[in-house]
Design a binder for this molecule. Structure first.
Ligand code: ZN
Length: 79
């Protein structure tokens, strides 16, 4: 193994960040409009908003909220 220690440490930090930082329901609610907009544009939400995506996998309440928003927008003729 000849990886520079600084680099290894950086990689470790990156892993820890993705595993330890988690959004609460409040965080997700705040970003929900933005998230739904990305979904509607067909963007890759798992890349652009991975923390929201992650929370939605774990939290049925927020998932329902997102789905309700999407349904609402789809049935709104002005959008
Ligand atoms: Zn939630």
């Amino acid at each position: 193994m000849d990886m520079p220690p600084a680099m290894a440490k950086q990689m470790l930090n990156a892993v820890q960040q993705t595993e330890e930082v988690e959004y609460s329901c409040d965080d997700v609610y705040r970003l929900m409009d933005e998230y739904v907009e990305l979904v509607r544009r067909g963007e890759d939400t798992s890349k652009l908003m991975p923390l929201v995506e992650h929370h939605l996998k774990m939290c049925g309440d927020c998932r329902e909220e997102v789905e309700a928003l999407l349904r609402m927008m789809d049935s709104d003729p002005q959008r």
